[in-house]
Design a protein around this ligand. Structure first.
Ligand code: NAP
Length: 322
């Protein structure tokens, strides 16, 4: 067998991909994980993870992913930091898909599991990225706990921004919800609920135009933000402890758009086959994690979903040998 032919190629190295890999290698399948350009996925941008079972006092996001990666490697899975440009169907003997890598190399496989996740949208302001984990976050569920009795801002006007604001109000003393328009995009029931929350104050027609940190050293921390009312032009500085950006996520699925069916949002459609719940519209191509899930978006859900995809791929391979 050519060294480039695998039983399963898993694209993406977050919790979904690495868990799928654990299940595949333990099923004796020749498995490789192609880790992409942000190996470990979104969790590597999170500080402490306290909502992943098994860690009594929580665990750093980066450490969790590094440990998961070590576990996967120890089981014998090859992990390569390679970016996939496209997948095409093909048939020579029992190999079914060609995976084209950014560096021009091509791998062959009998099944594919797409676990490329999603990327949070950011405001694209200077300092925003360097302050992730130092006051700036795109995940209230992950980081909300660290803002007990603090003042925080949520940016956005959709369901997630509203849910984040309500979640953060359990910890923070004050939550400002800054939205660029004067109407929320969020569903009616969330809109009604959020208005009743005494800790949440709306700042309408407003955009964050600058993010400032306390010092320029490695230990810099969010200090304040500058906001601008886009109707009056008025600018104001707000001293805050936390900035939660909730302006949407984009699933990393453009490289499979010509292969499998996607939702309008770009999430991969799975679940059409009762037998293989994680199978996409193309037999032999499975998907799991945040590139499928536009509701929960949690590491533990992605890991569970990855386990399902690994098991589905294994059963499908067993039943589709030629
Ligand atoms: P979303 O619905 O697309 O909302 C994104 C929000 O961010 C919008 O209010 C948008 O403003 C704002 N925004 C976008 N780019 C911005 C920028 N550069 N600067 C400032 N504001 C910006 O995204 P989401 O809230 O993440 O929700 C994603 C999907 O999940 C939605 O379909 C949502 O319904 C669904 N969801 C459902 C539930 C639930 O049913 N319980 C819970 C969570 C999420 P504009 O309004 O002006 O465009």
């Amino acid at each position: 067998m050519s060294e480039n032919i695998y039983d399963t190629i898993i694209i993406g190295s977050g919790p979904a991909g690495l868990t799928a890999a654990i299940y595949n290698i333990r099923a004796n399948l020749r498995t490789i994980v192609l880790g992409g350009d942000q190996p470990g996925g979104q969790l590597t941008l999170t500080t402490v993870v306290e909502n992943y079972p098994g860690f009594a006092t929580g665990i750093g996001g980066l450490k969790l992913m590094m440990d998961m990666q070590t576990q996967v490697k120890n089981l014998g899975v090859e992990i390569r930091n390679a970016k996939v440009m496209g997948i095409s169907k093909f048939k020579i003997q029992n190999s079914k898909f060609k995976i084209e890598l950014e560096d021009g190399r091509v791998l062959e496989t009998k099944a594919v599991i797409v676990t490329t996740g999603a990327k949070a949208r950011w405001l694209n302001l200077p300092k925003e990225k360097e302050l992730i984990g130092k006051g700036v976050s795109a995940c209230a569920t992950c980081d909300g706990m660290f803002f007990r009795d603090k003042t925080v801002v949520v940016v956005g006007g959709g369901d997630v921004a509203c849910e984040d604001a309500m979640f953060l109000s359990k910890f923070a003393s004050k939550v400002y919800l800054i939205h660029r328009r004067d109407t929320l995009r969020a569903q009616v029931y969330i809109r009604e609920k959020i208005k009743l929350n005494p800790k949440i104050e709306f700042v309408w027609d407003t955009e964050v135009i600058n993010i400032n940190s306390k010092n320029e050293s490695q230990n810099s921390k969010l200090e304040d933000i500058k906001i601008k009312n886009n109707k009056t032009g008025e600018e104001k500085v707000m001293q805050i402890d936390g900035l939660f950006v909730a302006i949407g996520h984009d699933p990393a699925t453009s490289f499979v758009k010509d292969l499998v069916e996607l939702k309008e949002t770009g999430h991969v459609i799975v679940g059409k086959s009762e037998k293989y719940p994680t199978m996409t519209s193309v037999p032999g191509v499975f998907a799991a994690g945040d590139n499928v899930d536009d509701v929960y978006r949690q590491a533990i859900i992605a890991a569970g979903h990855g386990a399902m995809a690994g098991m589905d791929a294994e059963r499908w391979l067993g039943e589709n040998k030629s």
